[in-house]
Write a protein that binds this ligand. Structure first.
Ligand code: GAL
Ligand code: MG
Length: 980
């Protein structure tokens, strides 16, 4: 049989679904006597068809034999999976750019095909057999016993086929020919690994003829929330019996019919903090269905988004369905783990960027409590490239090019309709999102109207509605959505009433979490909390999208990113931009977010008098009995007092708290830490400085040092201590204590850091002036009394020196005082850092410090860290970003001691707060390697003491680093003491 004659739909945007059932709410029927509230696998009407299917892979549709359904299968594949992760073809990572020529609706002839086949044993029970695919990328041609029975597309939506007529009792064959590209590819240009195949669950449902086709549950609350109505509208041939149970499982009533409702006095409402669900049991003929219903109302009142009448903030993240080993496939356990991890990080909302997730995801969000912005499978970003390639001049508005082509109107309606119809009953969904980065068109306008007709209980979101080809702009949707705005934009929203029209603002993406960062979370949230028209923000993105590609000899997983599979169109490491590593270990950025999203903020009303204000940021939960607040008062990290507080603060309210021990303290650097626990689990902390008085290090000059200036260096010696300063570099080239050399190589002034992803836009400037390669030029160096003075510059080639320095070493009782006066070239863009770098022997391996720890901390990224006394080893300090970069710095430090074989070898002290890092890798190594598994340790430990380190920001996609976090001074003085 030549079945290729059926392959006629995938380049025709008017033919989207052939032989499929109409979209409807997700539900799984159970047999009548069964408990339908169990997991779906327990239903006698549900047969999971996951597992091994036989598989034939053809690199092109033209390579398929005519009788491709009759050939002996060549391989097997596990379903669900992306075939590129099973050895067939290769994954490709691209962000904006289409992987295929922009030639809609056509796709290349070299269009890879996977033919899946499996046997299906039909019992002959006379029931309808509905074959369900929850996700197939990009489209599917389905055959049963060699006969074509249907076609479907929209990768992340459900496709259902009634195959009853084509089955016979006994053994049957189901075959699915899946194509990598179809016209839908133009609408699925999401920034992700481009992969294919049957990637979500496949199952067969056995249905009776007049069963439920669809049903919609609506919950309506009265004005003062004292009463609610749950209404159920069922599409079925016969009447149903519906029972309602309360969240604590008390039967509240029973109704018969297809359109029915229950009235509830004093309803228990659903919210993400207390996700309480009513249970509906629907019996229709011989089928039973359980649906969980949450009574809740989302509204926008004069621009304030409310849930159940309470103003709300979405502390959100964007999540892709992505796992390093299973690709697009997410099992229920994986989903649950993600949600639990999010909740433990104080996240209360998720945007399903940029497509509907598996139906199980929403059920878990209902139960565990997360608000969801549910997004349609629609992104056409690549149009902007195509639109501008040949000189059309519509700039960024060209993004709307694809969706303005009338041939795609039907597909746009379809993608929206499938989203809404499938998820309409999910209480967790608070907004429908029309997609991502596709621009706006009349089709979107019309579709938004249709959505409102289907469901007017939720808000409609779509960031890209601002980009149009007709220049008309839009202000029709319910919320104003922006991505990566400046902090000030949030503060000043709305800039104009005309465009805002009393609508709330949401940051659908912000704080691009790529690599070392984000460094702006606290700044954003100060403004978000301060502006009631801003309903929240969603970090981009949840997880690093790295593919596990084997292990190194020492057992570390190699994560691949764009280009690693040899793709010629790729966007490199831009997919490695999550808060968690691919295996869900937390980045320091995730911890940062956790503490910015913390439930309780504390501020000092009057620290000296021990008076504080505690503010409960939760929307529905009182911080009361089940919460514990521990406080610890310390001076320079040394414990003074500790105690426990039992609080009772209603949501959104503040309370004054008086702590007697905190009053009237003096010392050096006294802090109070408040740690909050719920159910024994840490939810965040606050640190407040109670008293600080910089005493200054008492450095006693000492004239008994012997300074000799012979040959290439000047040597200072006293009591078995010896420092050598090179005349060529004016920097320390040997440091001997107890007869032992501590340095492996000479130290040097350092103005560079291994660029972090967020240095994307500035690193070009740094490299242009060779900040990474600067060499000292010493103009003069003299020894006089107990001092060595030098004048020098740091330059490399082409340009004037980047900076000029005066260095002064003066010798004292305990070591050397190093005073650095720097003058930075006026034309220099801000510096990554300025300080001195010491290359210590490997035996110098432990550090004790007073400063911000225990996590890496930067001037704009220290919400997860607190000032205190910490101890660490160099090898533990390295934060192993998949693409290596600057890491492990600590800001706000007062002193650091380094230990050699557990004996203190040197101490660095400064009277001004400094940053330091202590790592087994050099910045050159970090800057030159593309992947963490290629890093080679330095034969020693590198210690950097920095006058300042610029912040990290989130400029890999977000705005430029805020002025206040840049090392922008042109003239500066840095004095520190090296005690040894
Ligand atoms: C946004 C886009 C996301 C992602 C991000 C960069 O513009 O919506 O999908 O590409 O940029 O990581
Ligand atoms: Mg995009």
């Amino acid at each position: 049989m030549n079945s290729r004659e059926y392959f006629i739909y995938h380049e025709d945007p008017q033919q989207l679904h052939i032989g499929t059932l109409p979209p409807h709410a997700y539900f799984i029927p159970f047999g009548k006597g069964q408990d339908s509230s169990q997991p779906r696998e327990r239903s006698e009407l549900f047969e999971l068809l996951n597992g091994e299917w036989s598989f034939d892979f053809y690199p092109s549709i033209f390579d398929m034999p005519d009788n491709f359904l009759e050939t002996a299968p060549k391989s097997v594949i596990n379903v669900p999976a992306n075939w590129e992760l099973c050895g067939f073809g290769k994954p490709q990572y691209t962000n904006v750019r289409y992987p295929i020529p922009f030639d809609p609706p056509y796709v290349p002839d070299d269009n890879p095909v996977g033919v899946y086949r499996r046997k299906y044993f039909c019992k002959g029970d006379g029931m309808r057999k509905i074959l369900v695919f929850e996700g197939v990328d990009s489209c599917i041609y389905l055959f049963v016993n060699g006969v074509f029975c249907g076609y479907s597309q929209v990768s992340h939506c459900t496709s259902e086929f009634d195959i009853t007529e084509l089955l016979h009792d006994g053994e049957n064959e189901i075959a699915a020919a899946v194509l990598k590209y179809c016209d839908g590819t133009y609408l699925e240009d999401q920034d992700k690994w481009r992969m294919s195949g049957i990637f979500r669950d496949v199952y067969m449902l056995s249905r009776e003829s007049e069963g439920i086709e669809d049903f919609t549950v609506r919950t309506l609350l009265n004005k003062d929330f004292s009463a609610a109505e749950i209404s159920v509208e069922i599409k079925a041939e016969r009447n149903c019996l519906v029972s309602l149970y309360s969240p604590d499982n008390v039967k509240l009533g029973e109704r018969q019919g297809r359109q029915l409702s229950f009235n509830i006095e004093n309803p228990v409402m659903w919210n993400a903090e207390k996700p309480q669900l009513y249970r509906l049991e629907i019996i229709c003929g011989n089928e039973a269905v359980t649906e969980l219903a949450g009574i809740r109302k989302i509204s926008s009142e004069n621009g304030t988004v409310k849930i159940n009448g309470t103003a709300i903030k979405f502390r959100g993240v964007n999540r892709h369905d992505f796992y390093p080993d299973t690709g697009y496939y997410a099992s229920e356990q994986q989903l649950k783990k993600d949600i639990e991890l999010m909740k433990s990080l104080n996240v209360n909302a998720v945007r399903t960027s940029h497509y509907p997730n598996s139906p199980l995801f929403y059920q878990l969000c209902d139960k565990l409590g997360l608000y969801v912005i549910d997004e349609a499978d629609l992104e056409a970003h690549g149009a902007v490239e195509a639109y501008n390639t040949y000189g059309w001049t519509n700039g960024y508005n060209g993004i709307a090019y694809t969706v303005n082509r009338s041939e795609f109107a039907k597909a746009i309606y379809d993608r929206h309709e499938r989203l809404i119809k499938r998820d309409i009953n999910r209480p967790c969904v608070v907004m429908w999102s029309l997609g991502n980065e596709s621009g706006y068109s009349d089709a979107f306008r019309e579709s938004a109207k249709r959505i409102k007709k289907l469901d007017d209980s939720r808000l409609i979101h779509y960031e890209s509605s601002r980009y149009t080809l007709d220049g008309k702009g839009e202000n029709e949707l319910d919320v104003v959505s922006v991505m990566y705005p400046q902090v000030d934009y949030v503060k000043n929203y709305p800039v104009s009433e005309e465009t805002a029209k009393g609508r709330p603002l949401v940051l659908c993406e912000y704080s691009h979490a790529m690599g070392n960062g984000p460094g702006d979370l606290a700044d954003y949230w100060q403004e978000i909390y301060g502006n009631e028209l801003v309903c929240g923000a969603f970090v981009w993105e949840w997880c690093d999208q790295g593919i596990a590609a084997g292990k190194t000899a020492d057992g570390r997983v190699k994560y691949y990113y764009g280009g690693d599979f040899g793709e010629d169109v790729n966007d490199g490491s831009f997919c490695i931009d999550g808060l968690v590593y691919p295996d869900r270990r937390l980045h320091t950025g995730a911890l940062e977010m956790k503490n910015v999203y913390r439930p309780v903020y504390v501020s000092a009303e009057n620290a000296a008098e021990g008076r504080f204000i505690f503010e409960n940021k939760l929307d529905f939960t009182a911080v009361s009995e089940d919460w514990l607040c521990e406080y610890k008062i310390r001076d320079k990290g040394k414990a003074l007092y500790s105690g426990e507080l039992r609080l009772d603060i209603p949501p959104h309210e503040s309370r004054r708290v008086y702590i007697a021990e905190a009053a009237g303290l003096t010392g050096e650097h006294i802090t109070i830490d408040f740690d909050f626990y719920y159910g024994g689990e840490s939810r965040g902390f606050e640190q407040i400085t109670l008293f600080r008085c910089r005493r200054g290090f008492e450095f006693k000059q000492n004239n008994s040092w012997r300074l000799t200036g012979s040959g290439k260096s000047i040597t200072a010696e006293r009591d078995g201590k010896r420092i050598e300063i090179s005349k060529r570099t004016a920097q320390i080239c040997s440091l001997i204590s107890d007869g032992c050399e501590l340095l492996r190589e000479p130290c040097g002034i350092n103005l560079f850091r291994a660029p972090i992803d967020n240095d994307m836009s500035v690193k070009g400037e740094w490299y242009k002036v060779f900040l990474d390669k600067l060499k000292p030029k010493v103009y003069s160096i003299t020894a006089e009394g107990n001092r060595v003075r030098a004048e020098l510059s740091m330059g490399y080639a082409v340009h004037e020196p980047a900076a000029h320095f005066m260095l002064e070493y003066s010798f004292g009782d305990d070591g050397v005082r190093i005073a650095m006066k720097a003058e930075i070239h006026n034309g220099m863009k801000y510096l990554p850092r300025l300080g001195m770098r010491f290359f210590f022997d490997k035996s110098v391996e432990k550090a004790e410090y007073l400063g911000y720890g225990p996590y890496e901390s930067y001037i704009d990224k220290h919400s997860a860290s607190a000032y205190g006394a910490y101890s660490c080893k160099a090898e533990e300090q390295h934060e192993d970003y998949i693409r290596p970069q600057e890491n492990g710095s600590h800001c706000g430090c007062e002193s650091v001691s380094l230990f050699r074989n557990n004996i203190k070898a040197v101490e660095f002290i400064s009277d001004s707060d400094f940053s330091f890092s202590f790592l087994p890798f050099t910045q050159e190594e970090l800057a030159s390697k593309t992947h963490n598994y290629l890093l080679e340790e330095y034969d020693g430990n590198v210690f950097c003491i920095d006058y300042k380190m610029s912040g990290v920001g989130s400029s890999s996609c977000g705005p430029e680093l805020l002025e206040k976090y840049r090392l922008n001074e042109k003239k500066l003085n840095f004095i520190f003491y090296l005690i040894f």
